[in-house]
Structure formats: structure tokens, C-alpha cells
Design a protein around this ligand. Structure first.
Ligand code: AQP
Length: 327
């Protein structure tokens, strides 16, 4: 069985982009691969976050993931900071990467733009992400399109380390969904839907009540030419709606476009389809919240399982690079 690893930051409420770009595929992968998923709380420290918010968001994210269909019997779910090999391997990889490589990362450029003070952790974030992935001998990383460059860097670091110090890491591949890999903000359809950029009307949260989902879709920005066709370059808002309806009803966006003449009908159907898509999540989420002890104990079990794998890989890397082992 090939090994799958992916992570999500507890940096805010999960939205449709997270669900369609990544989590839906995590759920599918857990039944056919050896799957490990991580709530990357250390990554969330790269931007300003209140400690009590971080604590509660970490727990809420676990609930969201379980509600979305992650099954602790079928996959390993754990919290990054509970496995100390993540920051330990990060250092070895920081001494493998170059400043120039990190400077090229577009997510760093986007998230630091216009800020007077930027945390060093935001700059080195892709290296922590590389450590996350490489610790689990990962073959496949299911992510949204925004993570393409980071997974590419991970591959380069793994190859460089292997060449320099001998075969140590598995070189992973990113896996993107064919539809939904980049869900756009409904109000600003040329930028991605995001947790950390405030756009309440542009972001559909996976736990939004049905009427709220329909309202946001109805108010989505489109264009004035009135022609329904799938053209992400010229008609990004409409293309986004077509993609959302396509992914919710398992069709291709261009086929969906052919079935509509009016924007209003498309919006109505997209809203209804998304409400149906997310309905089971909302119901499971309410059940899970009633048993917090169960969730805490399965996360502890997940960290134990992940830690056992991570310590072996870390030791292999530490030996290869020349650190005196403690074993
Ligand atoms: N708009 C999106 N469309 C498709 N996939 C997306 N993902 C995020 N936004 C979209 C995918 O969700 C997974 C988890 O993302 P993350 O928590 O690691 O952070 P991110 O990629 O930086 O996404 P966010 O939601 O915008 O969070 P913040 O604002 O905190 O940075 C990833 O697989 C990602 O590709």
C-alpha cells in the first residue's frame, strides 16, 4: 500500500476550498492507502494567533475532520506538536535548503506582502512542511493547488539530502483533485478562498447553516455579459460557481455550463447542491461535539502511532548527516 500524508492548519474555520481541495480526497484515500493526517498547529504559529484560539481551533479542527469522514480506524490522525521529530527534522532540512529557494515561495510573498514585521517562521514554513511529509516515508501528498510549490520544494530537499548523505528519504508526489483544486473567493474570484483572509461573504464554511450557504452563493460576484460558459480566465466568478456545482454533482464544469442559460438558475442549483453535499458533515459534527473525551483520546493514540514512525525516520536522517546517535 502506498503511503499518504497531508496536513491542515488550525488557523480558522474550515471552508469549501479545504474540503474540496484536500479533505474529501483524504477521506477517499484512507480506504485505499496507508494514510496519515496531521493538524499542523506549529504552522499556525507563523501568523499571529491568540493562544486560547489556537488551543480551541486545534480541537475544533479535529472535530471538523472527523465530521468530514476521517475514520480513526482507517487512518492515523494526530497533532503535529505532539511529535517532536517534526521540529527536529526541520533543522536538518533547514541546513539542506537555501535562502534563495525559500525566497521564491509565492505563499510567503502573498502572506508577507505589505506587513511591517514578518515572523521568521513564515519564511521557513515550507521546510517544516517538508519535514512533516518526509518523516512518514510518504509516496503521495493530497493537497490543493496552492501547495504545489511547497511539495516541489519537499521533493528537491529529499533528493538533495539523499544525494549528499545517502538514501534516506522517499521522494513524494503531490496529488491534486481534477476539479476543486483551487476554489476561489466568491467575492474576489481571482484569489483563493482562504481561512486567514477575512472575506465573510466570499468564504463558504463547511459548517455554515444551509440558508447562509445559499445566500453566499446567490451574492457571488460574476460578470455582466450574461453568457454561461466555462472560461476561468475571462469569467473567473462564473467558472468558480460552475466548478462548485460540478464537484458537488460529480460532473465536468464544461458539461454543467451547457445545462444553463441564466446565472440565477446556476446559482440556485449550486447553492442547493452544496447544502446537500455538506449536510452530513453538519450532522456528524453535532454528534461528535457531545463526546470530547473520545476525540482527545483518539488524538493521543494517533500521536503515539505517528511518533513511532517519525522517530525511526528522524534517526535515519540524523545518522546519515553525521550526528552521534543516542541508540
Ligand atoms: N481555496 C482552496 N482551494 C482548494 N484547496 C485549498 N486548500 C486551501 N485553500 C484552498 C487546501 O486545504 C488544505 C489545508 O490548507 P492549510 O490549512 O494548510 O492552509 P492553506 O493552504 O494556506 O489554506 P487556507 O485555508 O487559506 O489557510 P490559511 O489562510 O491559514 O493559510 C491544503 O491542502 C490546501 O491546498
Amino acid at each position: 500500500m502506498s503511503k499518504v500524508f497531508s496536513g491542515i492548519q488550525p488557523s480558522g474555520d474550515l471552508h469549501l476550498g479545504n474540503y474540496l481541495g484536500a479533505i474529501r480526497n483524504w477521506v477517499a484515500d484512507q480506504h485505499v492507502h496507508d494514510a496519515i493526517y496531521c493538524i499542523v498547529d506549529l504552522h499556525a504559529l507563523s501568523l499571529d494567533i491568540d493562544p486560547s484560539v489556537l488551543r480551541s481551533r486545534t480541537y475544533e479542527t479535529a472535530l471538523d475532520l472527523l465530521a468530514a469522514g476521517l475514520d480513526p480506524q482507517a487512518c492515523t490522525l494526530f497533532i503535529q506538536s505532539q511529535v517532536p521529530e517534526h521540529p527536529r527534522l526541520t533543522w536538518l532540512l533547514e541546513c539542506t535548503a537555501t535562502m534563495g529557494e525559500l525566497r521564491r515561495m509565492t505563499q510567503f510573498k502573498d502572506k508577507s506582502e505589505g506587513k511591517e514585521s514578518v515572523r521568521a517562521g513564515l519564511f521557513t514554513y515550507p521546510i517544516l512542511q517538508a519535514a512533516d511529509i518526509l518523516l512518514y516515508d510518504t509516496d503521495r501528498v493530497p493537497v490543493g493547488n496552492d501547495q504545489r510549490q511547497h511539495v516541489e520544494l519537499t521533493r528537491e530537499l529529499a533528493i538533495r539530502f539523499n544525494v549528499r548523505y545517502g538514501d534516506t528519504f522517499v521522494v513524494p508526489e503531490a496529488a491534486f483533485p481534477s476539479v476543486g483544486a483551487r476554489v476561489m473567493d466568491l467575492q474576489h474570484p481571482t484569489r483563493k478562498m482562504s481561512k486567514s483572509v477575512s472575506s465573510p461573504l466570499g468564504t463558504v464554511l463547511i459548517l455554515d447553516p444551509p440558508e447562509e450557504i445559499e445566500r453566499k452563493i446567490k451574492k457571488a460576484v460574476t460578470d455582466t455579459d450574461g453568457e454561461v460558459r466555462f472560461d476561468p480566465e475571462a469569467k473567473p466568478g462564473l467558472a468558480n460557481l460552475l466548478e462548485l456545482l460540478a464537484v458537488a454533482t460529480d460532473r465536468a464544469p464544461a458539461d454543467v455550463a451547457e445545462a444553463y442559460q441564466r446565472y440565477g438558475d446556476l446559482k440556485r442549483d449550486a447553492g442547493e447542491a452544496l447544502v446537500e453535499l455538506l449536510r452530513p458533515l453538519r450532522m456528524r459534527r453535532a454528534e461528535l461535539a457531545s463526546d470530547p473525551g473520545e476525540v482527545t483520546s483518539l488524538l493521543a493514540h494517533g500521536s503515539e502511532k505517528a511518533g513511532a514512525i517519525a522517530s525511526v525516520t528522524y534517526q535515519r536522517a540524523a545518522d546519515a548527516i553525521g550526528l552521534l546517535g543516542s541508540h
